[in-house]
Design a protein. Structure first.
Length: 186
């Protein structure tokens, strides 16, 4: 009996959210390093100049004319601080790209069976006779099973995940693999 387990919508949304979140946080760090902190430093230096020249009373009017708060920024950001923000932004952006590429590669995956074989999420056709083992150590707790196989002397494995793939269809596929393995052991 054939079955087909597609990626679940919740899994697809969660993994896309990770990429979007990382891009957003990367943008936030970039904005701080390129815009917010340099502006804050400009305000800090201007206010410090007013204080050194004894013109503190003129500061509120000058700050208002520039659209600044009259309150002094809480700190001056050193070039190292600003560069660190940009490095973190770049690292987060790289992580976001990796997460997005992973999502793009996974979102349309399918595990399915036909009368003679199971098709791994990667698309590899694995005849039931090539399946050498089934690891169900994490099946009851996490819904994860490892299907091991050997085709033309090359060993491989793939994961059946009943959270990532449609639950009912994944259970049906696992049941079919177990049934075929029992038949081949007899």
């Amino acid at each position: 009996m054939s079955a087909e387990a597609r990626i679940t919508p919740i899994w697809r949304k969660q993994k896309l959210f990770v990429a979007v979140f990382l891009f957003a946080v990367s943008g936030w760090f970039f904005w701080d390093g390129k815009v917010n902190w340099p502006r804050s430093n400009e305000r800090w230096l201007a206010q410090t100049e007013f204080e050194k020249s004894g013109r503190e009373a003129e500061w509120p009017a000058y700050a208002a004319s520039r659209g600044w708060s009259a309150q002094k920024p809480h700190k001056f950001y050193a070039p190292g601080d600003i560069n660190f923000q940009l490095y973190v932004s770049a690292a987060l952006c790289a992580g976001a790209i990796v997460a997005l590429v992973y999502w793009l590669r996974q979102k349309d995956r399918v595990v399915r069976t036909d009368e003679e074989a199971v098709f791994a999420p990667s698309g590899v056709r694995i005849p039931f006779g090539a399946i050498t083992g089934l690891g169900k150590k994490k099946w009851d707790d996490k819904g994860l099973a490892t299907v091991r196989y050997e085709i033309d002397g090359r060993k491989g494995e793939f994961i059946l995940d009943d959270y990532k793939f449609d639950r009912d269809a994944t259970h049906q596929i696992l049941g079919e693999i177990e049934e075929r393995l029992l038949k081949s052991d007899q």
